[in-house]
Design a protein around this ligand. Structure first.
Ligand code: 0FX
Length: 244
């Protein structure tokens, strides 16, 4: 059984949910240590005591390998370097269904490219969202979803999978599914390319609605066009309401 578990995350809300799962399953909380990357502020994690590990620093990686026997990435913005992945068992919780939605903001590309979507818990190898799958499940996707509503459904699925699979992961009692193929991998730069809507471009109505849905996520300023008089960026979001 794994007893010295490190959870590295840049997502405070998910960390708190992980902690709740540990509590609800009556697991020994002493065995779980939380950490974040230098991209986040450890003070933003509510009541959880959170260390900071920069995985670009070799001594940090060596320390983790020597002091933990299982490392979870739960939305960690740092890529786990090869020595870490080789030196200790590393497991990722990914807000996409591998290998269909590997990489950055999976729900955005799921809406734009009409791909199924879900959540995956998988072993980490040297490639992004690529290792053997412990469990993956789809979530529903509707024509009236925005990035935000779909993302929230995926987060619920991630937590649901944790409740169901954390005990068997800790007990090393799980089977691995090999991903069928390389699937799709989207990166942050692919997301950035979607943001500007060119006013001169012709779009099918459905494609434009999908692009705007995929870029509508709470208060985030994503999609924009350039005002041709002033050169200002004008941000756009979309509102969708299903008839009752
Ligand atoms: O924690 P997280 O949901 O995770 C993201 C990636 O989706 C994931 O694949 C990667 N492994 C991880 C390191 O980073 O990221 P977030 O809390 O920054 O964003 C949550 C959602 O908010 C995102 O899916 C889309 C939306 N968002 C976020 C930002 C920062 C936007 O629409 N625009 C933004 O500028």
């Amino acid at each position: 059984m794994y007893t010295k578990v490190l959870i590295i995350s840049d997502n405070a809300s998910l960390c708190n949910k992980f902690k709740q799962v540990v509590k609800d399953l009556s697991l020994d909380t002493q065995g779980f240590t939380f950490a974040t990357s230098p991209y986040s502020n450890s003070n933003d994690f509510g009541g959880i005591k959170v260390l900071t590990y920069d995985l670009k620093i070799e001594s940090n990686v060596n320390y983790i390998i020597s002091n933990y026997d299982l490392v979870f990435s739960i939305h960690c913005k740092q890529i786990f370097p090869k020595p870490l992945v080789k030196g200790v068992k590393c497991i990722n919780i990914h807000p996409g269904y591998n290998p269909i939605n590997r990489g950055w903001y999976p729900q955005v590309f799921s809406i734009i490219n009409d791909l199924p979507i879900g959540a995956t818990i998988h072993e980490i190898d040297e490639q992004l969202d690529h290792g053997g799958v412990i469990v993956r499940e789809l979530v529903e996707k509707f024509s009236y979803d925005t990035s935000e509503t779909l993302y929230n459904r995926i987060l619920e699925k991630e937590v649901d999978l944790l409740y169901r699979y954390l005990p068997s992961i800790l007990n090393k009692k799980y089977d691995l599914i090999s991903p069928e193929d390389e699937g799709n991998l989207y990166l942050k730069k692919d997301f950035n390319k979607l943001l500007e809507i060119d006013l001169q471009e012709e779009y099918k109505a459905g494609d434009l609605i999908n692009r705007l849905r995929a870029l509508t996520h709470g208060a985030y300023k994503n999609a924009y066009f350039i005002d041709k008089e002033t050169g200002d960026k004008i941000y756009i979001g979309i509102q969708l309401n299903k008839e009752n």
